[in-house]
Design a protein around this ligand. Structure first.
Ligand code: SF4
Length: 315
């Protein structure tokens, strides 16, 4: 389990194949590309505490991806007859990307399910009319997941910043009132357990007429608060058996994410949404190049994915 009392050991996560104590590092093969993510750009209208993307109104390290760049990947999927089911968008704040509406429309028109992660604030509210057109044309194939970091205004604004609650609530109410297929992403913060968290969100949804079942883990996704600087064990090939976890259950077994670095000629494919910046994880420019096993050589692999609060130490 992550040890927040100690900083990350600098000898860890160096060799992609071998851990600091000489064991074979775990790898995850791509079993079936189900979801292709597009990072729309790292700019966001707000700055959250502990954003693993470091998104903010100033961080443009990841540029806005364009409709033409996105189309090239959808064409590649079609040409290679890949069985991709879902196109998903994350940021930054996706609704800040000037091409977001045509990109969503393009994916829906090609028959994919589409998921958009958003803070549901002004950038989304500014596009209400166009979103309604997409909703009326494509119905529940379009799904919007709103980040609500706590079910109280105080908790939400502690993470997202002052006065972020009212516009988020306006967006949430608007999506609900117009019958969008919606979900919420929350956090379990301040040592609050999952049960208490779900009960709190259930009260918020009931008070606000938000049609999200807080007991449904697909509709209310709760992410644990993670200290990204804390020490964490490296993941070896033995961890799967010790923990009873299948490598196929990792996001990088069924997903890829396209990012466009500032100043780069072309977008590049990454294994997952969690590692947009680490160039050691780049898998090539084309999806066809990205069918490679991923070495779990990053603390996020342990903290967010494999361990998630467990331990793979045999003792
Ligand atoms: S953080 Fe590591 S283990 Fe998790 S999905 Fe990404 S590459 Fe896979």
């Amino acid at each position: 389990m992550p040890d927040s009392s100690r900083a990350l050991d600098p000898k860890k996560f160096l060799d992609p194949l071998i851990t600091a104590d000489g064991q074979q590092r775990a790898v995850v093969a791509l079993t079936h590309l189900t979801t292709l993510w597009f990072n729309t750009g790292s700019l966001c209208n707000i700055t959250c505490v502990n954003c693993y993307m470091d998104s903010s109104p100033r961080n443009d390290a990841l540029a806005y991806i364009s409709l033409a760049e996105m189309r090239a990947y959808l064409d590649e999927i079609a040409d290679a007859q890949m069985q991709v089911e879902e196109i998903a968008f994350t940021g930054g704040e996706p609704f800040m990307n000037p091409d977001i509406i045509p990109m969503i429309g393009e994916a829906l028109s090609r028959g994919y399910k589409v998921l958009v992660l958003t803070n549901a604030m002004k950038p989304l509210l500014n596009k209400r009319d166009k979103l309604l057109v997409l909703k009326h044309t494509h119905g529940d194939a379009l799904s919007i997941r709103v980040s609500v970091d706590h079910y109280t205004r105080q908790g939400h604004e502690e993470i997202r910043g002052k006065d972020t609650w009212p516009p988020m609530l306006e967006g949430l109410r608007w999506l609900a009132g117009n019958g969008f297929n919606m979900a919420v992403a929350g956090r379990t913060c301040w040592d609050e357990g999952e049960e208490a968290g779900r009960a709190g969100y259930a009260r918020l949804f009931a008070n606000e007429n938000i049609p999200v079942d807080a007991a449904d883990r697909a509709r209310l996704v709760l992410f644990p608060e993670m200290d990204t600087d804390a020490d964490v064990p490296e993941i070896t090939v033995h961890c799967w058996d010790i923990l009873g976890i299948q490598p196929e259950s990792m996001m990088c077994a069924s997903s890829r994410m396209v990012v466009k670095r500032k100043g780069a000629d072309k977008p590049v494919v990454m294994p997952c949404t969690l590692l947009p910046y680490d160039e050691a994880f780049e898998l090539g420019n084309a999806l066809g190049d990205s069918n490679k096993a991923v070495q779990l050589n990053h603390p996020h692999c342990a903290k967010f994915c494999v361990l998630g609060g467990a331990s793979c130490s045999p003792d």
